[in-house]
Design a protein around this ligand. Structure first.
Ligand code: 0X9
Ligand code: ZN
Length: 315
């Protein structure tokens, strides 16, 4: 789906299922495009806020499957409401927020040429030149450190200050006005990894319980997708990404999933369209698994049958 096809789909879906879904704008991109989020819930908006989870897609323009997976997750939820018992219960009791397109300006630009442009960042520019800011280096936790650049032409240019970009500002304002969000999953591609904080340091999360929640959930989603669970910094160190901010600033359990393929040779950012369905099919169970725990992710500590590394013995 290009940007206009995506937006048409979001409108169509929310018009078809108005009792359980709604489309809203949480801000505008730098070039003025609406930033859409879909709310899926049978709980009326005015009512006491039920447990909530947020899915994000397409911080990076060229990562095409990171648009498709959250879009098809929306479809899967609305189409199976009233048919599948588990999904019906989720939608009845929870608030599921899905934003398939964080970077509409970049995404629209990326597909202007054939072959596509390999564009990653947003479309920030000055005096007729466009350099772009890496939206996944622009969040305000440990902003400005290792794994981000102050050179505007770098692929990992962090911007002039934390949350300098309207796209990340919109997410910040949205998250901070929805205190019921307990889990965030941000889709990227590619490499087939399930990543969790920290990304800015090789140290583990200090709080043992929060660390174990991330580890157990990443492991379980890894089992479901076949992707490799690991700490973000084991991929490489970065600062200013979504998940370090969400957990570091707000204590939200947070994951980045690097979708299909594992390697550049299998299509990199632009795998063939025939891959959409299989990738979606693998990733929906992992998304449902997270939704299940939105009421209290720490519940997984009691309920998981996974055994992590044996606790340190005290002598
Ligand atoms: O570099 C990124 O922003 C993500 N990878 S991508 O190839 N999609 O650009 C990974 C971010 C994960 N966070 C850290 N490694 N800290
Ligand atoms: Zn990415």
């Amino acid at each position: 789906h290009n940007l206009s096809e995506l937006n048409a789909e979001l409108k169509k879906i929310t018009e078809t299922y108005p009792h359980i879904s709604a489309l809203s704008e949480i801000g505008h991109s730098l070039e003025g495009r609406p930033l859409y989020v879909v709310r899926i819930s049978a709980v009326p908006k005015e009512q006491e806020h039920p447990p909530a989870i947020l899915f994000l897609g397409t911080h990076h323009a060229r990562e095409h499957l990171s648009t498709e997976v959250p879009l098809f997750l929306i479809k899967h939820l609305v189409e199976n409401y009233g048919k599948n018992e588990e999904i019906t219960a989720f939608v009845n009791n929870k608030e599921i927020w899905i934003m398939p397109m964080v970077n509409p300006d970049g995404a629209d630009y990326d597909v202007q040429d054939s072959p596509y442009k390999w564009w990653r960042k947003n479309r920030r520019g000055e005096n007729g030149t466009t350099f772009g800011v890496d939206l996944n280096r622009n969040y305000g936790f440990k902003w400005g450190g290792e794994g981000s650049s102050d050179w505007r032409y770098s692929q990992t240019y962090r911007g002039t200050e934390p949350f300098s970009e309207p796209e990340t500002q919109a997410i910040k304002a949205f998250v901070e006005s929805h205190k019921n969000i307990s889990i965030i999953l941000s889709y990227h591609s590619f490499s087939e990894l399930i990543l969790y904080p920290w990304g800015h340091t090789y140290d583990s999360i200090e709080d043992d319980k929060a660390l174990h929640v991330h580890e157990i959930m990443a492991q379980e989603m890894g089992r479901m997708t076949g992707y490799t669970p690991q700490q973000s910094s084991d991929l490489y160190i970065t600062t200013g990404d979504t998940t370090d901010w969400a957990f570091g600033e707000h204590g939200i359990i947070s994951f980045t999933i690097e979708l299909y393929p594992a390697t550049l040779g299998d299509g990199g950012f632009y795998p063939s369209a025939s891959q959409i369905q299989p990738v979606v099919n693998k990733n929906i169970p992992a998304a449902l698994y997270l939704i299940q725990y939105a009421d209290n992710p720490y519940r997984v500590l009691r309920e998981s049958h996974h055994r992590l590394a044996a606790p340190k013995m005290m002598f």
